[in-house]
Design a protein around this ligand. Sequence first.
Ligand code: AP5
Length: 216
Amino acid sequence: MIFIFFGPPGSGKGTQAQTLSQHFHLNYIATGNLLRAEVAAATNLGLKVKSYIDAGHFPPDTIIMDVFRSAFESKPDGDFLLDGIPRTLNQAKLLDVLFENMNLKITRVVDFDLSTEAVEDRILGRLSCSACGATYHKTFNPPKVSGVCDFCGEHALVSRSDDQKDVIKERLAIYSLETLPVLEYYKGQGIVTSIDASLPPEKVGEAIVKIIEESR
Ligand code: AP5
């Protein structure tokens, strides 16, 4: 089975994915995390994509699909949870071809529905673990022990370079222009379930558990 978490920046996809992928033993692939790891390691790829990410823009689809394919092929057989891909209609169609060649199908697209105002509040208070990428919020979702990652015990919780007010506006504009058409594409296939992402994390999690359990 393949689940896709879909929604605007800061809508809570990563927060839910980090616990639900463990709960359901799903292979978790988040293209944003993969790209940030390349940037942090200062690889050639990381140097190429850094300026795009910092500006809130998308690196070329060829780069994204190469990164995705290599992560996908390196995971064990089983079920998958994709977060942050596809983000363009072209990526969605390239994924269709990739999955078709492997006799795989997207099971369900979970659409995180959240207002622009809420997105801004969430992103501006976000902290990310510099070691494992787990996300927190200064007010809405703090770590159990202040300044320490619940998942890996790392002590450096930092703000992301693209979590700046002007960059958020750009990310939201590009989301509307490039990514929302992907949602229509999947709606046309009848595989989208929308959830109210403004609820507290536990409630959002419960709604997604139900969707995943009903699809199994
Ligand atoms: P990516 O990392 O995918 O960023 P994004 O989609 O913009 O999503 P975010 O990570 O910002 O938000 P999220 O929905 O995961 O929310 P979170 O759980 O953190 O991509 C970054 C960049 O990489 C892109 O801009 C692009 O440049 C590039 N990129 C990646 N994939 C690409 C692709 N396929 N094609 C092209 N370019 C690509 O939650 C946000 C905050 O809210 C946190 O602080 C959290 O604690 C808090 N929170 C979460 N849930 C709740 C809740 N229910 N109530 C209150 N607070 C909550």
